[in-house]
Write a protein that binds this ligand. Structure first.
Ligand SMILES: C[C@H](O)[C@H](O)[C@H]1CNC2=NC(N)=NC(=O)C2=N1
Length: 110
């Protein structure tokens, strides 16, 4: 099943580096550095940025997996890591990153 269609699981385990490298191919434009997965999104203006933040928050609450977000006027950096795995990357981070990519595509193409 495509990553973006999967749901987060409980007790996700820290991923090995080679698994991280493989999963990165499924989340275009995200980078994994020091146990965090992040991407900066560009939006047309502040209103669109806040709408994006709210849509990401909705995904986060539904999945019970929550990113850090840094909001600018027309940018939002979304950062995932799994606290319960000691701040490492798990499949949950990649599942949520894929969901956010799909969300962004839906909000910015049309
Ligand atoms: C109790 C609740 O399920 C946990 O605190 C969830 C909530 N959101 C979370 N978000 C992230 N990013 N990592 C977690 O380990 C995590 N744990």
């Amino acid at each position: 099943m495509k990553l973006e269609h999967r749901d987060c699981i409980h007790n996700a385990r820290a991923l090995d580096p080679w698994v991280i490298d493989a999963l990165l191919a499924d989340v275009p434009d995200w980078t994994a550095i020091d146990g965090i997965l992040s991407r900066e999104f560009k939006l047309p203006d502040y209103r669109a940025t806040i709408a994006f933040v709210n849509a990401v928050a909705q995904v986060a609450d539904t999945q019970d997996h929550h990113p850090d977000m840094t909001v600018g006027y027309a940018t939002c950096r979304v950062t995932w890591s799994t606290h319960s795995a000691g701040g490492a990357l798990t499949e949950n981070d990649f599942i949520c990153a894929a969901k956010v990519n799909a969300l962004y595509l839906g909000m910015t193409s049309a």
